[in-house]
Write a protein that binds this ligand. Structure first.
Ligand SMILES: Cc1ncc(COP(=O)(O)O)c(C=O)c1O
Length: 396
């Protein structure tokens, strides 16, 4: 979350004073329809038919997306080896098995490796738009459509990003955003959103997130049979913050991109560093400047040079699959009989999370560096960052 102010306070205050905090209520009683209004406006902004705001974050969104698609025991879902671990754990949450695939230098899922890793039991793939950078959606979608694989876009780190002029999250069967504290927008520290153009998937995701849709005002309109599930409903305070945050989005993205582009241009002619290739530079949210180096030693020297504040991506904690404990130890759920790795239907499915599962990803992460961008940098601050980065390129 980059920006917040009095506008959020005012909208939240209205909800609190209305004493109508549940997502469903009657306007005659002063209910403000904050959640529903946000869902309508977010869907319109993204150019998609349906949106569901969620308590439980992007993780809940991913779980609902997979549940909506009917993914479960006996199914494999391909996930990139570089992503926040929730992309993989959401697959386990519905009883299926995550199968790793390599990322390429764009840090998105490598389409060729995705194609190679599709197996008999592959039901879905989750391309991730890491650090605001769009994955190669055209190639991934073409392969997925041809091979009968469903696509859930994890746009948790790319809220508002786009690919070839269309928003990330709206290309696949379902798209998911995170609104936690560390994302481009936040709905109060936690939160997330699911979007889809498919009415059936929307209904199933809605039922799953609403413990059986008992509280949907127009439950009678649902065509899908109601089933028992989880409770990830958003409340009106979250809806109020979401609406105000949404209005800040275009300004934040414009400022992030302006700062990121200035830094990227300043390094365009550098010999020792390359601005990482992008699947669509115009759609990149600009939260990070991503740089690639010849080797890890060079990356580390640059990242630790004065005033650079860089992160070598192999150090990116639980975004790197080799740090996904307890998944690697196969300790899942609260009860052994609910551990998908031991389900009879999952016997024989591929579950390799060893250091050798995705060597190319690890090799890329060792020589790639993020430099964080701040949308509130002044022109002067951008100039001094440019100086620091240019000086770092000259460090022997
Ligand atoms: C790529 C990715 N996927 C999923 C998530 C999960 O989102 P949340 O923390 O809102 O549950 C995150 C959050 O960090 C993420 O970065």
């Amino acid at each position: 979350m980059y920006r917040a102010g009095q506008e959020e306070v005012d909208e939240v205050a209205k909800v609190i004073l209305s004493k109508q905090w549940f997502r469903v209520g009657d306007e005659k009683d002063g209910h403000l329809r904050q959640v529903e209004r946000f869902e309508e406006e977010w869907a319109e902004k993204l150019g998609v038919a349906h949106a569901i705001l969620m308590n439980g974050g992007g993780t809940a969104g991913l779980v609902c997306a997979l549940a909506a698609l009917g993914i479960g025991p006996g199914d494999e879902v391909i996930v990139p080896a570089y992503t926040w671990l929730a992309t993989a754990t959401s697959v386990l949450a519905v009883g299926a098995i995550p199968v790793l695939a390599e990322v390429d230098e764009t840090l998105g899922l490598d389409p060729d490796d995705f194609a190679r890793r599709i197996g008999l039991h592959t039901k879905a793939v989750i391309p991730v738009h890491m650090a605001g950078r769009p994955a190669n959606l055209e190639a991934i979608l073409a392969i997925a459509r041809q091979r009968g694989v469903k696509v859930v876009e994890d746009s948790c780190q790319a809220v508002g990003g786009s690919y070839k002029g269309r928003r990330t999250g709206t290309w696949g069967d379902v798209g998911v955003f995170s609104f936690n504290q560390y994302k481009i927008l936040s709905t109060g520290g936690e939160g997330g959103c699911l979007v889809t153009n498919d009415r059936k998937l929307f209904e199933r995701a809605f039922i799953y997130h609403d413990s059986g849709a008992a509280f949907r005002p127009k439950a009678g309109e649902l065509q899908e049979p109601i089933f028992v599930a989880q409770q990830y409903r958003a409340g009106e305070v979250m809806g109020a913050i979401a609406s105000v945050q949404m209005q800040r989005l275009d300004g934040i993205l414009a400022d992030l991109r302006r700062a990121r582009n200035a830094l990227a241009e300043a390094l365009a002619d550098a010999k020792t560093v390359t601005v990482a290739p992008s699947n669509d530079p115009a759609g990149d949210c600009g939260v990070m400047l991503t740089l690639t180096f010849r080797d890890e030693a060079k990356a580390r020297v640059f990242a630790t040079a004065p005033d650079v504040g860089g992160l070598v991506l192999i150090d990116h904690g639980k975004h790197v699959y080799t740090n996904w404990e307890p998944l690697r130890a196969k300790r899942i759920s609260h009860h052994t009989d609910m551990n998908p790795f031991f389900f009879p239907k999952n016997k024989g499915l591929r579950a390799d999370y060893s250091d050798t599962a995705c060597p190319r990803t690890l090799e890329i992460l060792r020589r790639t560096v993020y430099v964080q961008i701040n949308p509130d940098w002044s022109g002067e601050q951008i100039a001094s960052r440019v100086e620091a980065l240019q000086a770092a390129t000259r460090t022997p």
